[in-house]
Design a protein around this ligand. Structure first.
Ligand code: TMP
Length: 254
């Protein structure tokens, strides 16, 4: 097989040139990093699980009309996506206090927020991805006010939909990070959801026990990281238990 051109290699994924112009192949690695690469490790099987979980969540979002870069899953570790111009902002939506919000305001993790909070971080590893305001984003030209209106509205729609989806399988969506890109169709530009949505980019807590089912297990050395990712996939009904054709539906909670 001809070697594909590698476009970009990140911490957890590699992007290759796709089969047609305007497409890319997104390859999910088992590599994990945290605290801006200060902690590095491998979570065996993570790439396969994140590929499948992200496929499922992006497809569900596509179905309700949220535009995404996702086209289709190609194999266990790869998916075909549309090539977009990534907006260099990480959009974090929070429903419950955790992580950096808990540290910044010295608030207990687990405190429910009276309304969802949307935060923006500038994607710049050498600056530790600083928290930025809309003023920074528009003044520095990373996105226009119109782009930000669209991003905020999509982020809140994603939050409403995913909160309900996860609640249905006994999981609390504590917070998550999204990335967006510009998709050009001729002269027309659309903002679409890009990157991935997986336990690497979300905080997911068991509804009954508050047990963490996401990358915090790796960040905080809690163990059973792969098992937690598997459990998320199992609850969503997308973990093949008896072979690839044995996809069960979601496990609904009473
Ligand atoms: P934080 O509490 O560390 O700011 O993280 C908020 C959410 O964003 C959490 O679900 C993890 C996710 N996240 C990423 O996916 N990538 C990142 O680089 C960071 C800092 C957070």
């Amino acid at each position: 097989m001809a070697r594909r051109r590698r476009i970009f290699e990140g911490k957890a994924k590699v992007l290759f040139e796709g089969p047609e112009p305007g497409t890319l192949v997104q390859y999910f690695k088992d590599d994990a990093s945290a605290y801006n690469n200060k902690k590095i490790g491998v979570i065996t099987g993570k790439g396969v699980l994140n590929n499948r979980i992200s496929e499922y969540l992006m497809s569900q979002l596509n179905e309700i009309g949220v535009p995404t870069h996702f086209v289709r899953r190609l194999n266990m570790r790869e998916q075909l996506v549309r090539e977009v111009e990534i907006i260099p902002i990480e959009v974090v939506v929070r429903n419950i206090v955790a992580g950096s919000l808990s540290k910044r305001f010295n608030m207990a993790e687990g405190t429910a927020l009276p309304r969802s909070i949307v935060e923006y971080y500038y994607k710049a590893g050498d600056m530790d991805d600083p928290l930025v305001t809309e003023e920074h984003i528009t003044a520095f030209g990373w996105a226009t006010p119109q782009d930000l209106d669209e991003i905020m509205s999509l982020a809140l729609r994603v939050n409403d939909f995913l909160s309900g989806l996860f609640l249905g399988v006994g999981i609390r969506l504590v917070d998550f990070k999204l990335e967006f890109g510009r998709l050009w169709e001729g002269e027309q530009m659309r903002i679409v959801l890009a990157d991935e949505i997986s336990p690497d980019s979300c905080r997911l807590w068991d509804l009954r026990t508050n047990e963490k089912m996401d990358k915090d297990r790796f960040r905080r050395d809690l163990g059973n990281v792969e098992e937690a990712y598997q459990e998320v996939a199992r609850r969503l009904g997308i973990l093949p238990e008896g072979g690839p054709s044995d996809f069960k539906g979601p496990t609904l909670m009473q």
